[in-house]
Design a protein around this ligand. Structure first.
Ligand code: FAD
Length: 348
């Protein structure tokens, strides 16, 4: 096991801010993960588990303890009860897995094409986009339990998936290191074309789009919103959507509608959001004076998506946090709703 010291973390994240890790281990086996845990425990070091760094804001001071990057790779496939099971190492690249499943004509994660990060990161916030969430197809998660040092398989129900949440980022945060994830996909299944953007893309299309065509559509739509990481696109130097869509109580929803009506505005409603009385955070941000392309110095709002805070040039974590708080405050003042950030904050 190679233990590196004073490793800059910004290049290991997609928004590229933050200071160094005191120690960093890139563990490629369960044995190395156990060794790294022992190393941290014997020195009383705080442990942070790193995947692809696409949902993180690291503080400028960095992480004073051990950053454990989970680099377990390998994919095994088998058919069970008519389902195609993909059992995948947590360190595998998520989008490569989607590409592989689509190439094998297996449905279930095609709408999640183009999301950056690792396979092990997907159960944590129950990654979702364009009408699908991983919680619908995850059969089980193999995890190291830091509480009793056991490796065990958690079934889907035990993961407690809900909108952008699971036990891994809520009730049992920090307890598990995800080692492998098993997805149960449908061989020959049809793609999910429920989401407005996809319906629009395929309007006038002859017949049902294939999984490959759906993947292609999702990636194109994502690219148009700066939500596909591409080297030449500085609007993709972000942590993705910075705020969650707020889920409102009937009273909160009523109060928000009243504020909108007073301004001669109508809160946009999408079938996918209506079910939970979820309101578009992007709409709230845009209608609080932060339009696409808003310039706040070294940070700003993506030119293509109102919900992404981007690192324009050499931003610090402090720049990102100050801008986040400015947005939260303005949205709260105008709309009476406190937006909750989606990324994980490390070392604050
Ligand atoms: C351009 C862009 C677009 C995005 N679009 C979407 C989207 O459409 N939908 C969506 O849901 N998300 C989206 N995201 C957010 C992000 O890509 C996902 O949340 C992704 O799954 C995070 O995975 P990661 O490996 O990068 O995790 P990291 O960012 O490294 O870590 C995130 C959290 O997961 C934990 N973690 C990571 N790996 C493990 C592991 N093996 N064991 C235990 N804990 C672990 C970390 O400790 C941390 O708490 C987007 C991000 C960007 C930059």
């Amino acid at each position: 096991m190679l233990i590196q010291e004073h490793v800059p973390l910004a290049p290991l994240t997609t928004i590229r801010v933050g200071g160094p890790a005191r120690y960093l281990v890139d563990a490629t086996t369960i044995g190395e993960i156990c060794e790294a845990i022992t190393f941290a425990r014997t020195r009383n070091l705080l442990l942070f588990v790193l995947g692809g760094g696409s949902n993180l804001v690291v503080s400028d001071a960095g992480w004073p303890g051990l950053v454990l990057k989970v680099g377990i790779v390998g994919t095994e496939e088998r058919i069970e009860d008519g389902k195609a099971l993909f059992e995948v190492g947590a360190g595998e690249d998520w989008d490569k897995l989607v590409a592989r499943s689509v190439a094998q004509n297996c449905a279930g994660i095609e709408c999640l094409s183009g999301i950056p990060g690792s396979v092990g990161g997907t159960p944590v916030q129950n990654v979702g986009a364009y009408g699908q969430e991983v919680g619908e197809t995850i059969q089980g998660v193999l995890a190291f339990d830091l509480r009793d040092n056991q490796v065990r398989e958690l079934c889907n129900e035990a993961c407690g998936f809900s909108y952008r949440a699971s036990i891994f980022n809520s009730t049992e945060r920090g307890r598990h290191i995800i080692l492998r994830v098993t997805y149960a996909l449908t061989p020959g299944g049809e793609p999910r074309i429920d989401y407005t953007d996809l319906k629009r893309y395929f309007s006038g299309w002859q017949g049902v789009p294939t999984l490959a065509e759906t993947r292609d559509a999702v990636r194109k739509v994502r690219a148009s919103k700066g939500m596909l990481i591409s080297l030449g696109d500085d609007d993709s130097r972000s942590a993705g959507s910075f705020f969650k869509n707020p889920v409102l109580s009937p009273e909160q929803y009523h109060a928000l509608s009243a504020r909108a009506t007073a301004k001669n505005l109508q809160i946009p409603s999408y079938p996918a959001l209506e079910v939970l009385r979820k309101v578009s955070a992007a709409w709230l941000v845009e209608h609080s004076g932060f339009s696409k392309g808003f310039d706040a110095g070294r940070v700003g709002i993506s030119r293509k998506h109102a919900l992404a805070i981007v690192n324009r040039r050499d931003a610090t974590a402090a720049d990102v946090i100050a801008f986040q708080e400015q947005i939260q405050q303005r949205v709260e003042d105008i709309w009476g709703i406190r937006l909750q950030p989606e990324p994980v904050f490390v070392g604050f």
